[in-house]
Structure formats: structure tokens, C-alpha cells
Design a binder for this molecule. Structure first.
Ligand SMILES: [Zn+2]
Length: 342
């Protein structure tokens, strides 16, 4: 088995909603510790994501609006700061209760070497729980946060997320706010990884200009294979390469489908085509896996965390070498986090 570092999951949100534990197998979801171990996921980014409302997630089909050439989902309004802090605190408490947090590069190396049990890299998906003046940023770092996604797909105090829409490009509005530019500088200084998934193109360009660390998008597809705003355009891929960064490819049926459609039997090849596009355009040193388990609709061949060796085996059959598969599975993450964390 090739050790896998996974770029993104929403398992904490699932457990926050259903009251179970990540220590036990929970077939309501896709990822828990027993299934990480079985699939060879040695470490993963665990998102702290604050939904607009408590309770069951809304069915995206209920808000889908059909347009002349596709569809769009109306964008959510900004999240109130008080709610962001309260819910993020509850999700962080679940992580502390159930998971072994990876706080240092040495800890991550031990996970990859198999010397430690599966580890969790705590990630804020959307910086809403951070005060715009950054007064509580170091509190979150003390709590274990090692990665911050500046925005989710909604506006916040730091920048603007892209809408869910087909077709569309990510150049959808202004770049980072002054608070967003301050967050980039602070994360550079404090050794926190910045995640550009969900960010619009103007914001991406701002980070590329300001940040002195590798550029990272943890979970998404590429625009050349699925033309939605969430996908990375070639300009973004090239900037990721030039910075020594990495693009994690999502295991999502919709975001990897050529027309952005949700089909019941999306083939594994659909995901692999995005992986290979990145590898061919910017090099195998700049592509990784970012499942989005429990936040996406994976193809059946990738239905849960036990299946993450399947894309590696399929790429081996497409001619990838062991060395290339190790780069994809974990080595690119090790390089990027080694260059980013203090
Ligand atoms: Zn996401």
C-alpha cells in the first residue's frame, strides 16, 4: 500500500451533526479512523467548516436554478462571526476528543513512515472564525489549526469565494480585502498553510503575489476538464508549479464531470483524468489527492476511505511508476508542508 496523505475531508462536520465518533466505523459517512487505517490514509486534512444553519444539510437540488446553458446555486450570505466561532469551537472539540492532531512536520513524517497511527491536520475551511483584526488567530493555532482556507464559496471579511455554477470561470469579483492580505502575511509569519480552494481568481492572484510559501489548493478539479468556477484554470496551475505548490484533486462526481453533472455511476477514470491533466501540464511533483470525503459525491469506486488505493492502482495500470505514485500519494504534501510549517 502506498501511504496517502489526503488533502480534505468533512468528517468532523458529519460527526458534529450525527453525534457519533470518528474512532468507530460509521457507515453513515465515508471516513473514520478504522477506514482510514484500512485504506492507507496515514494523515488527512480535517476541515472545520461552519454551515449556515444547524441540522441536516440542505439538498443542493432544492436551490439549483437552471440557466440557458447550465445551472447555478444562489450564493450564501456571509456568516455571522459569533456563529462561526461557536460552531468552529464545537468541531475543534470533536477533533480533540477523537483524533491525534498532527502539529509538526516531524509528526507528519512519523505518520507517513507508519510509526504513528493515522493523524489529523486541522484545517479551517473559510476563515470566518478568525477575527478580521486577527486578534484570535494565534488562539486557533494553539488549538491545532495548521491550515486555513481563506474562503468557502461565500464572501467573508477576507475575500470572495466562487459560486457553484456550470459553466463558469473563477474570475468572479474582487480580490482579497485588506484583512485578507493581512491574513496571508500573518500565516506566512506563523507557518500556517493557506488553502486557495474555493477562492476566486483575483484572490488567488493576490495570494500568489503576497505569499512567500508554496501555493496550495487542497480539493478541486481542473477547468480544462470541468469548466466550473471551483476548478483551477491553467493560469492557477502554472502559478502553483512556479511556487513549488500542489493541487489536490477531489473525488467528486460533479466537480470532475465534463459537464458538471451528478450521475449515479461516474467512472473512476473521471477523477484520474483530472490527476493526469495536472501531472501533464505542471508535473507529477505538483498533484495530490484531496478526497473531500463526507463533503462530496464520490464515484462508486471511491465510495469511502477504504478505497483510496484504487486510483493509485488505476494510475499504475496507466503507466505511472512507483516513484510517481509516491509523489502523488504523500511526498508532494511532505514537501509543501515542510516548506510551509515552522
Ligand atoms: Zn470544500
Amino acid at each position: 500500500m502506498i501511504p496517502v496523505v489526503d488533502g480534505h475531508n468533512d468528517a468532523l462536520l458529519r460527526v458534529w451533526r450525527n453525534g457519533r465518533s470518528l474512532r468507530d466505523r460509521d457507515d453513515e459517512g465515508c471516513l473514520d479512523l478504522p477506514r482510514m487505517r484500512k485504506g492507507g490514509i496515514v494523515a488527512g486534512f480535517f476541515a472545520i467548516f461552519v454551515p449556515a444553519k444547524d441540522g441536516a444539510p440542505p439538498d443542493p437540488r432544492s436551490t439549483l436554478v437552471f440557466t440557458a446553458d447550465g445551472y447555478e446555486v444562489p450564493m450564501e450570505p456571509p456568516l455571522p462571526f459569533e456563529r462561526a466561532v461557536r460552531v468552529a469551537d464545537e468541531l475543534a472539540a470533536i477533533a480533540e476528543r477523537d483524533l491525534r492532531l498532527v502539529r509538526t512536520f516531524a509528526e507528519l513524517e512519523r505518520c507517513v513512515a507508519g510509526e504513528d497511527d493515522a493523524g489529523a491536520i486541522l484545517h479551517l475551511e473559510g476563515a470566518e472564525p478568525v477575527e478580521p483584526g486577527l486578534g484570535n488567530l494565534e488562539d486557533w493555532i494553539g488549538r491545532g489549526i495548521r491550515s486555513i482556507g481563506i474562503v468557502w464559496s461565500r464572501p467573508n471579511a477576507f475575500g470572495h469565494g466562487v459560486p457553484f455554477r456550470f459553466p463558469g470561470r473563477p474570475d468572479t469579483g474582487p480580490g482579497l480585502t485588506p484583512a485578507g492580505r493581512g491574513l496571508v502575511r500573518a500565516c506566512n509569519e506563523l507557518g500556517v498553510m493557506l488553502d486557495l480552494a474555493h477562492l476566486n481568481l483575483a484572490g488567488f492572484r493576490d495570494v500568489a503575489r503576497l505569499s512567500d510559501r508554496p501555493l496550495v489548493s487542497t480539493h478541486g478539479g481542473v477547468h480544462a476538464r470541468c469548466p466550473i468556477p471551483r476548478s483551477l484554470v491553467d493560469e492557477e496551475l502554472d502559478a502553483i508549479r512556479d511556487s513549488g505548490g500542489v493541487a489536490g484533486i477531489v473525488f467528486d462526481s460533479v466537480m470532475t464531470h465534463p459537464r458538471g453533472e451528478l450521475v449515479d455511476d461516474a467512472p473512476l477514470d473521471q477523477v484520474l483524468d483530472h490527476v493526469e491533466y495536472v501531472a501533464e501540464r505542471i508535473g507529477v511533483e505538483h498533484v495530490a489527492l484531496g478526497s473531500d470525503f463526507d463533503g462530496a459525491h464520490p464515484p462508486r469506486a471511491l465510495s469511502d476511505a477504504t478505497r483510496v488505493q484504487a486510483p493509485l492502482e488505476a494510475l499504475r495500470a496507466r503507466g505511472w511508476s512507483e516513484d510517481e505514485l509516491r509523489a502523488l500519494g504523500h511526498r508532494n504534501w511532505l514537501r509543501v508542508l515542510g516548506d510551509t510549517w515552522l
